[in-house]
Design a protein around this ligand. Structure first.
Ligand code: GAL
Length: 738
């Protein structure tokens, strides 16, 4: 650039002037002048539960979408607990369009939860944006992005927002932090240098001008989860038949083909309680009509009567986007959002009027045809991905936007369907592909199209921090693959085969067909154990599945991250690996499940403190240690805690009916006396809410001669109790112990 002398002089003057201005600007900014933080006011809302309202929260929250009342009496039965934080250390910064929150995090503390992640359990040292989605491998995007976290110090925090909430857990060190991580020179510091300096906070950012937050006390992490589930209304209690086996038929099956499939199960002696119909029962799918197809299902009442006669319940697939050809369309059109999904309208179910119309139609045209045989629905496609659903800027008649509806659509539909069945005094058990916080009481199990065995198991374990249920899938594959997957689904909340897109059947591979049948039969026989475990979820909030970090005293093989090794291409930031027990979990109080992946002959199992016994033989397996197991192909590794009682029924093809009494076998494991409160009710209705239920004490102890004895003590006047003869089996005999 060329300048003449006067131009140079001017430039110098301007330069001096702007340097002055800059200096003045710098001086006028006070050090650390972020906007002032507020200390939220915590108001007790239930025993051991506190709420804070920060700024101006939006009306549609996750708990308001779920719309269930807290179980206050059950919460009152939990031990009194103090607020788990020094309240002054929690900070909130509400702004017009964003609310930031900071919760303290100790250096010895770990965080779990934040939804059903597929990769890991531990959240410390990660950043999440929680977003309802079909699993795509992106952090925080999942079918159940529940914004609840659980601390190893024994408390939980729920951010009750229907927005995509951001969490930074133990990252993002603040200038004002008291406990800053040490400064280490990367060149000379060796493994002491970390690319992820640990912060003393969990920071949350909500893209809204306010938010409601809840804190749940412990004292243990499991107690914090229990308080959360009870505050959401208590865990789901499925009908007994919901804990049997579900098979889903291929797309386009007719009534005749569906009934023939049930008959084939019966002929082969494979237990079956539910038959799932995939696209094809409606006269139009994608978008859906919610009208029976006249060709494939010319006589819905006759079809359902056929199922009823066979002791099987129908479960009907749908996605909720309504076809312009459907009679329901005109009624719901005034409630439609701005965008279509698969050319169907998206009704705004945050409006009660829209929910009522949909519920009324289901009742009249579908469930009402035969409520004894129409057991439930599979709510598909309410999660995403982005390319299928409405955009975030979509508008809805309620005034809520696409983001809010995306985060709550699964909740709103589960609520609507549960109310249809509640109105008939019948319980339901179904499936859903997208859900969120507040779902604990909803009798729906999440599933997806991902087919990664190990990720499925980690997802099962993660449900225990999120108040939701998850089932892996079996769809086809080689015989070994199918057998291993059937074993895994039989030890998850919903045991199912999803044959929607395959010609493979459970009996296709003759070499494993008998073993597949046997494990489904074992699932069927374990009904009393599953039912009591679900009753604990419902009445006490204790999750059905318990991930290992929820087990007192459990230590993962290496609890801390391994120091990372620098690798210029694979790991340039030398990020350490966290070793965690994410491939095993407990079902209920005493049964440890360690699924074996297809193609694997052996695995490691880490047993918690106390002695553990092999489920099949009663032999000691170990105690507070990691063992290697290589069971036969026919067995999924199962271990029972010392003193554990496992109640089973006889071999059956379907769950017991309301009036039916069935024989009970109680197995005792180990050297210590055992005790179990076995739950029962009619297994089908909501009459248990009026006290029509029973808890019966089963006890095993040695008598004066050293022989094991079993004892059954019923609560006075408790009924119903639908077990006939009780047989005891003491599994850990002296021979078994040798
Ligand atoms: C998918 C669902 C499958 C099956 C299929 C039918 O979205 O995940 O389980 O129902 O739709 O089209």
């Amino acid at each position: 650039m060329h300048m003449n002398s006067s131009a140079v002089a001017t430039a110098v003057r301007w330069g001096a002037l702007s340097a002055c201005w800059l200096g003045a600007l710098l001086i006028s900014v006070p050090a650390g002048a972020a906007e002032t933080a507020l200390t939220p006011k915590w108001e007790p809302v239930a025993p051991g539960v506190w709420k804070a309202t920060i700024g101006s929260p939006e009306d549609l929250t996750l708990l308001s979408a779920a719309g269930q009342a807290p179980q206050l009496a059950a919460l009152a039965g939990m031990p009194a607990a103090a607020f788990p934080f020094a309240a002054a250390e929690i900070e909130a910064r509400p702004q017009a369009r964003r609310t930031a929150l900071r919760f303290p995090l100790g250096l010895d503390e770990d965080i779990y939860g934040l939804g059903v992640d597929f990769k890991s359990l531990r959240r410390t040292g990660s950043v999440f944006q929680l977003h309802v989605d079909h699993w795509s491998g992106r952090t925080g995007r999942t079918h159940a992005p529940v914004p609840l976290y659980i601390s190893t110090r024994g408390y939980g925090v729920l951010i009750d927002s229907s927005r995509y909430v951001n969490f930074s857990v133990g990252l993002g060190v603040r200038l004002a932090a008291k406990d800053k991580p040490p400064v280490v020179d990367r060149t000379t510091g060796g493994p002491a240098w970390s690319s992820l300096p640990r912060s003393d906070s969990v920071e949350v950012s909500v893209p809204a001008g306010g938010v409601v937050v809840y804190v749940f006390a412990g004292p243990t992490p499991l107690d914090a989860v229990r308080r959360y589930n009870l505050f959401c209304g208590g865990g789901a209690l499925p009908p007994k038949w919901g804990l049997g086996f579900l098979t889903r038929t291929p797309i386009g099956y007719s009534a005749q083909e569906a009934l023939a499939e049930v008959d084939e199960f019966r002929q082969r002696g494979i237990p079956l309680d539910m038959l799932g119909l995939e696209p094809g029962w409606h006269d139009q799918a994608y978008p859906c009509s919610f009208e029976w197809d006249q060709n494939r299902f010319p006589d819905p009442a006759g079809f359902l009567a056929g199922l009823e006669k066979r002791h099987v319940r129908a479960n009907l697939w749908f996605n909720p986007y309504i076809s312009p050809t459907a009679p329901l369309y005109a009624q719901l059109r005034p409630y439609a959002g701005s965008h279509l999904v698969w050319n169907g309208i998206v009704p705004d179910y945050s409006l009660p009027q829209a929910r009522e119309i949909f519920a009324g139609h289901l009742l009249k045209k579908i469930v009402g045809v035969n409520p004894a045989a129409l057991g439930g629905f599979k709510i598909d496609e309410v999660d995403g991905g982005d390319q299928w659903l409405w955009p975030d800027h979509a508008s809805f008649p309620s005034g809520h936007d696409g983001e809010q509806l995306r985060q709550t659509y699964g909740l709103l539909l589960q609520r609507t369907l549960m109310e249809v069945f509640r109105g008939l005094n019948r319980r339901t058990f179904g499936q859903v592909r997208g859900t969120n916080a507040g779902a604990s009481p909803f009798p729906f199990v999440i599933y997806n199209d991902n087919y990664d065995f190990n990720e499925y198991i980690t997802a099962v374990a993660n449900t225990s921090f999120a108040g939701v249920l998850w089932s892996p899938e079996v769809r086809g594959g080689t015989g070994e693959d199918m057998l291993r997957r059937v074993q895994a689904v039989c030890f998850s909340p919903l045991a199912l085969f999803n044959g929607w897109a395959t010609n493979t059947k459970l009996w296709t591979h003759a070499d494993v067909a008998g073993q597949i049948r046997d494990v489904i039969m074992l699932r069927q026989r374990l009904l009393p154990y599953w039912y009591t475990t679900f009753a604990q979820y419902h009445y006490q909030g204790t999750p059905v599945i318990r991930a290992m970090p929820l087990i007192a005293g459990f230590k993962a093989p290496a609890a801390n991250p391994e120091p990372g090794k620098l690798d210029a291409t694979a790991n340039p930031y030398a990020i350490g690996k966290v070793v965690e027990a994410k491939d095993q979990y407990l079902v209920g109080d005493v049964l440890l499940v360690a699924p074996i992946a297809p193609g694997v002959a052996s695995r490691k199992v880490t047993l918690p403190p106390g002695r553990w016994y092999d489920f099949y033989t009663g032999k000691p397996a170990g105690e507070n240690e990691t063992i290697d197991v290589s069971p036969p192909l026919s067995q999924i590794p199962l271990f029972v805690k010392d003193g554990g009682l496992i109640p089973l029924t006889n071999e059956r093809q379907w769950a017991p009916g309301r009036e039916e009494a069935v024989p009970l076998e109680v197995r005792h494991y180990g050297e210590s006396p055992g005790e179990l409160s076995l739950y029962d009710d009619d297994g089908e209705t909501f009459d248990y809410e009026r006290g029509e239920c029973s808890w019966t004490k089963l006890r095993a102890a040695k008598d004066a001669t050293g022989a094991w004895q079993g004892e059954v003590t019923a609560e006075k006047d408790a009924r119903p109790w639908r077990y006939s003869a009780v047989t005891w089996r003491f599994m850990t005999t002296p021979e078994a112990s040798r």
